[in-house]
Design a protein around this ligand. Sequence first.
Ligand SMILES: [Zn+2]
Length: 351
Amino acid sequence: MEGRVTKELILPISRILHTSEGGDADYELVDQKRQWPSCLIAIRHAVSKGQTLALDCEGDSLSRKGNIQLLSLDTEEKTFILDIQKLKAFPFERGLREILEDKNLIKLMFDCREDADALFHQFHVTLDGVLDIQLLEENSINRKRGDHNFSAISLNSLLGCMKKYFQCEESVKQKEEGMRLEKEWTNRPLTAKQISYAQIDVYLLDWLFDNFKPSDEELARLKIASRIYLNLKRFIPCRKYNEYENNTYLPVDVIPDKGSSSFPKGYVSCTECYRQFPEDEFSIRQVKKKNQMCRTCKKVKNDKSVQLTEYQFEYFDNDDVTESAERENEIKQYQEQCDEEERYFSEVLNQ
Ligand SMILES: [Zn+2]
């Protein structure tokens, strides 16, 4: 995939990168309710022409707890940057929800998990129709689930993808600067730098998608994977925000193997991520001790234990085998949610 970068693709993004210094900007900052109807018409028009949208939310610690401050929607003509801090639920109640929930209307995203969690819990929007570019990275899409030789697949960040595929130092620098703005998304008025950053993020998604050029077969699996990804955090009954929830590894059974569209059904829950897998995901010893971990959680634990002192390590081990009633209840709730998801997926796949 490297080496596909062309001058033609770099040029438009360079133009956008300069907007913060006063150049022409093909974006619209939407912070008044009266602006929304014409934006909705433009977005619907873009969709009716078969355009793919790109979507991204910004906020401090974005999740069900960290409020959505901005929502950017990119069409081929324009990027609409919605100031959700000011508009609140207004755009969702007037047309945006239908766009975000439409499973046939493709939205490109990069790691949709926190955005989906925030949209679901803050605005009751069940995001669907996502193609997640993070899952497209060649390392992840073509690995086989049954291959236990690897413990976990590392996921690339948007910045990492930028560095790897988009060899433009200026844009990487701007992205790095933008990442330091995380705590400033609540500030108003928004600075030109913030607006530019929000715009670049969605613009990059179009660029990466064009650059990766997934085959039809990969695209079909990516759709399934993205739907699983959407649900991974938003359907956790009680989030812990620990390293098992937030890490840089691909969770198990998200991308189906080549030629497949589903995963073997499992009934054994990982004690850290609570997801259910077939018994062969776990070691017999761990299942016996009831502290079985999927390969991703195991990798996270290994990473963590390297950093632990001896004392902490003992504490961690003891903590591992104790399951409170509250924790068992949480697992039960999570399993019910998984069954619901499974019904949903089989309905979708059988359509
Ligand atoms: Zn796990």
